[in-house]
Ligand binder design. Structure first.
Ligand code: ADP
Ligand code: ZN
Ligand code: ZN
Length: 776
């Protein structure tokens, strides 16, 4: 497929003059015509590319990747799409033609187009919708650009004079000025220099003596560079060897995935910086992806002071900044790209390294179609560009961890110690069952936690309290005998769902009615159900510590990026004593005066209806604990839970990721869950329950049939079953979980499903989520 970046696609055959008036016919051969045919991926729910003939008048300006409008369906409704291929072909009069060009050029570089193709296929999204997501709207609308008009002589001065028309004094001045310059002159400068009026210039234009071109030019991009501040410490030995390894990999060139496994406070950022510098020194661009805007604030400031030509890309940018930044990345002017999700699509012409910080973060998964995972897209992009990809984490995803032992191109680099040999903070677990026994009432804040907090505030140090409220489900426990509800086939704790009054196993999805009394025959105490949120905790703390400066940080209070930035700045300046928040505050932040960290309800994470609950709990406790004791003030962590024996929590208390990973991988192997398989989740939703249920049933049946046709013995279709959130926004939701042994297997199956009409079931919506990170 011929493609020229930036320029127009040049056709092999030029339209014969004689038939130019009839745009569709190029070279007639009997009934057939030979000419350029474009394949177009429509932006919308049409899951195939369509062919259109290219009319001669746009053929020279049409390039692959460019947006066009085309007629669709019987009635020829005009829709937008992307031209994804141009071929010389034979066609007949039944082939419709492209209606018009939407943009004057393609905003997709060949490598982004290729990446888009992979995403569309892997994540089962239409190609048009996928490509549409790769370029910010602000860019297509030319936000942050100005139009500069330039004037040039269209014919020579001699010719004009020979023409015999009267030339006025101002006209003469304009022509003289233009003839003195070899290049076109900016219109405003021209009028300024000559004191001629726009009307005079227009007259010259009308007479065909001068030409005026309008050129859209980006305004300068926002500047994130800060005065350079080099740190005064030297890298420790672990960092040095990590950096040396990275330099060797960068110098060798080629695709590789490095997992930088470093405990919190081990100085991973320094390894990122030195690796990125190596790439910049060789003339390349480097990209650093961070999971949430919350994390960028501190990191961006830190990085911006260490680099020049930094571009920051995140959802909080204004349209103009976004568009200007994009242009400056594409021109190569910006060398370092830091950003959240969509930054992975930055149009870098010379990308040499992609760094993915906190690679295990679920927020790397896009929640709308295309439902891609940024880490996996980054790896794919690295593969396509043949460059290294560096993943960093203190608590790697089990997928990446497992890949290091399984795949030759994955490699682990370890930073096992905190810098300056700072100790990891001790973690105390408070069993809420015991607390309940003694205080008669489900305590929001245990006595141990309150005592620790009081001491911290008394000494003028800072505290972070985390309440993971993301779990909507609550927990159920027997306070007397500590009986837990365990799934008979999976041997894992079942989770209580208040909405349906049931217990659900996160692994096999077995459901049980929630008992009122403890099932233990020798106990029979009343079971306790509990749950709470950040707001209640904030209120309680204000009553208890009226003088403390307490701020709540969750998605309700932090609507704008600037509110978050202000809180961070105030916390840094020690104008805030205690932050209470959701998992938003667990990660990345680096404050030297935090000496106390509390985790309230470490069970709500467990209550996420997900086989990854244990992994999430481990990550959460480890990350939030990592906020404590980063400076000279020693740290302390208190975790409140009703399941103090949960293996993942016990491993987190010991700061033992490897033990956690070994144990959890064993469970995954036994239950056949990722990384030992691939999942696709399909959610059917409709306002009418029977309709939703029936559509899900039909779909399950169809998929089972396709699976048997493929003779894929290790394909499993679980469901349909009601989703954990069984009714959302007035829609009844049913889910199917398709499990395959490998990604390749899944790809074949998904291709087949899309190739059939199967997904067009009668329901308001069908969402296909390949490699889901959450099953809610
Ligand atoms: P991580 O991302 O691994 O949690 P950071 O990169 O945030 O750790 O580093 C933690 C802190 O230690 C930062 O303030 C950083 O400037 C500092 N630091 C990094 N390397 C060293 C070092 N070799 N000696 C002293 N301090 C360091
Ligand atoms: Zn009991
Ligand atoms: Zn089970």
């Amino acid at each position: 497929m011929p493609y020229r970046a930036g320029g127009a696609y040049t056709l092999g055959v030029k339209p014969p003059r004689a038939i130019e008036s009839s745009p569709r016919l190029w070279v007639e051969q009997g009934e057939h015509v030979v000419g350029p045919v474009a394949t177009v991926a429509v932006v919308g729910p049409i899951d195939k590319v369509l062919s259109y003939s290219v009319p001669p008048e746009i053929a020279d300006s049409l390039s692959v990747g460019q947006r066009v409008t085309v007629p669709i369906g019987k009635r020829g409704r005009i829709m937008r799409g992307f031209c994804v291929g141009i071929d010389e072909k034979e066609w007949d009069s039944s082939l419709r033609s492209i209606e018009s060009l939407v943009d004057p050029e393609s905003f997709l570089t060949p490598d982004l187009l290729e990446l888009g193709r992979w995403i569309a296929r892997h994540y089962a999204c239409t190609l048009g919708t996928t490509l549409n997501a790769l370029v910010p709207d602000a860019v297509r609308r030319h936000r942050g650009h100005i139009v500069i008009k330039r004037v040039h002589l269209a014919v020579s001065l001699q010719e004009i004079e020979a023409g015999g028309k009267r030339i006025g004094a101002k006209q003469r001045a304009l022509l003289d000025r233009l003839s003195q310059s070899a290049e076109a002159v900016e219109r405003s400068a021209l009028l300024g220099d000559t004191q001629a009026s726009p009307a005079t210039l227009r007259t010259l234009e009308r007479r065909g003596w001068v030409g005026v071109d309008a050129v859209r030019t980006p305004l300068p991009p926002p500047n994130f560079d800060l005065p350079g501040v080099e740190p005064d410490f030297a890298l420790n030995e672990d960092q040095q060897s990590a950096v040396a390894r990275m330099h060797a990999i960068i110098d060798d060139g080629g695709f590789r995935v490095l997992l930088l496994f470093g405990v919190s406070g081990s100085g991973k950022t320094e390894v990122y910086i030195r690796s990125m510098r190596r790439v910049l020194a060789a003339g390349g661009q480097a990209m650093l992806l961070v999971p949430e805007i919350a994390l960028t604030t501190q990191l961006v400031n830190r990085l911006a002071s260490r680099f020049q030509h930094v571009a920051v890309v995140h959802s909080g940018l204004t349209q103009a900044s976004r568009s200007r930044t994009w242009s400056a990345i594409r021109s190569g002017e910006k060398k370092v790209i830091i950003g959240t999700r969509s930054a992975v699509f930055a149009p870098c012409p010379s990308l040499g390294l992609i760094v993915v910080d906190e690679e295990q973060e679920p927020s790397y998964k896009n929640l709308q179609a295309p439902r891609f995972h940024v880490r996996d897209v980054a790896i794919k992009r690295g593969h396509q560009l043949d460059i290294p990809v560096l993943l960093g984490s203190a608590t790697p995803s089990l997928e990446s961890w497992h890949n290091c032992t399984r795949l030759g191109h994955f490699e682990r680099i370890d930073l096992p110690h905190r810098v300056r040999n700072l100790p990891l903070p001790p973690i105390t677990v408070v069993d809420i069952n015991d607390e309940y026994q003694e205080t008669r009432g489900v305590p929001l804040l245990s006595r141990v936690l309150l005592a620790g907090l009081e001491e911290t505030l008394r000494r003028g140090r800072q505290a972070v309290l985390l309440m993971n409220r993301r779990g909507y489900a609550n927990w159920i426990f027997c306070p007397s005998c500590k009986h837990r509800m365990v799934c008979a086939s999976c041997n894992v704790t079942m989770v209580y769902h208040a909405a349906v009054g049931e217990l659900i196993c996160h692994y096999c999805r077995r459901r049980l009615p929630a008992p009122d009394l403890c099932p233990n025959p020798s106990c029979r105490s009343r079971m306790v159900r509990a749950g709470s949120g950040t707001q209640r905790i904030e209120e309680r703390l204000r009553q208890r510590f009226p003088k403390a400066r307490i701020v709540r940080v969750d998605s309700d209070t932090m609507v704008h990026e600037r509110s978050y930035r202000r809180v961070i700045a105030e916390f840094e300046d020690r104008k805030i004593d205690c932050i209470v928040g959701t998992q938003m505050i667990a990660k990345g932040l680096d404050f030297p005066f935090v000496s106390f960290v509390g985790v309230i309800g470490a069970d709500t994470t467990m209550a996420m209806t997900d086989f990854r609950a244990g992994e999430r709990l481990f990550q959460l406790v480890t990350q939030v604990a990592g906020r404590a004791g980063r400076g000279d003030v020693p740290g302390e962590v208190v975790v409140q839970t009703t399941s103090p024996d949960a293996p993942s929590l016990r491993a987190a208390v010991r700061h033992d990721y490897e033990a956690f990973a070994a144990e959890e991988l064993e469970i995954r192997r036994r239950t056949g869950m990722p990384p030992f398989s691939r999942l696709t989740r399909i959610v059917v939703a409709d306002p009418r329950e029977p309709r939703s249920r029936e559509a899900a049933r039909l779909l399950a049946e169809g998929i089972r049939k396709v699976a048997s046709e493929l003779e894929a013995s290790d394909v499993d279709v679980m469901g349909p079953m009601p989703c954990a959130l069984a009714r959302l926004r007035n829609r009844y939701r049913f889910e199917l979980i398709v499990r395959c042994a490998s990604a390749k297997q899944m790809q074949r199956l998904v291709d087949r499903i899309r190739g059939s009409r199967m997904l067009a079931v009668k329901a308001a919506s069908v969402v296909v989520d390949v490699d889901p990170v959450s099953l809610t």
